[in-house]
Design a protein around this ligand. Structure first.
Ligand code: CTP
Ligand code: ZN
Length: 152
């Protein structure tokens, strides 16, 4: 029998719990939300068992509540993420992320010849598939898909 590793992450009093993050994308989510630059207390667990995702991660950010537009940026790497808004230890709201129609400045274009890869130009994509995440570059029209997705 396989041994399963589980981290237990304790409850928070106020803040945001981001659940159902694919474990392999935990650090991308941290990067996209800029969690490495804030002073709030953050706890996370990773490689937790999940029927849906295989291995999942969970992130708990105390005293921080995100705008929907900010949260939707993580849809690229965590399309099944579920947010729980916590006030006074109670879950007062649950939200799911939505893949936006346009993505500005998060992802890298996979085309090495694209202008965004050798000049200081902010990337811009149209989301051509929300399910599997496929991004069409505004500049070179090449498609960057989930497997090739790199966060800037
Ligand atoms: N949570 C927390 N601190 C609290 C309350 C809840 O960190 N004070 C976390 C729980 O650990 C859980 C998530 O918020 O990961 C959602 O809590 P809850 O709705 O109680 O759990 P479930 O019913 O398991 O939610 P779901 O099935 O929707 O994932
Ligand atoms: Zn491009």
């Amino acid at each position: 029998m396989k041994e399963t590793k589980q981290l237990v992450v304790s409850a928070i009093q106020n803040g945001t719990v981001i659940d159902h993050v694919p474990a392999r994308n935990l650090f991308k989510v941290i990067q996209i939300l800029g969690l490495d630059h804030i002073e709030n207390q953050i706890t996370f667990g990773t490689n937790l068992e999940s029927k849906k995702l295989g291995k999942k991660a969970i992130i708990k950010i105390s005293d921080r509540f995100f705008e929907d537009d900010d949260i939707n940026r993580i849809a690229l790497v965590a399309p099944q993420a579920k947010l729980n808004i916590i006030r006074d230890y109670e879950v007062v709201e649950k939200k799911v992320v939505e893949v936006p129609d346009q993505i500005t400045g998060i992802a890298k274009c996979m085309n090495p010849k694209c202008i965004t890869n050798f000049e200081n130009v902010v990337t811009r994509f149209r989301v051509v598939s929300k399910k599997n995440v496929a991004l069409k570059c505004h500049y070179c029209e090449k498609i960057t898909n989930q497997e090739n997705l790199q966060i800037k």
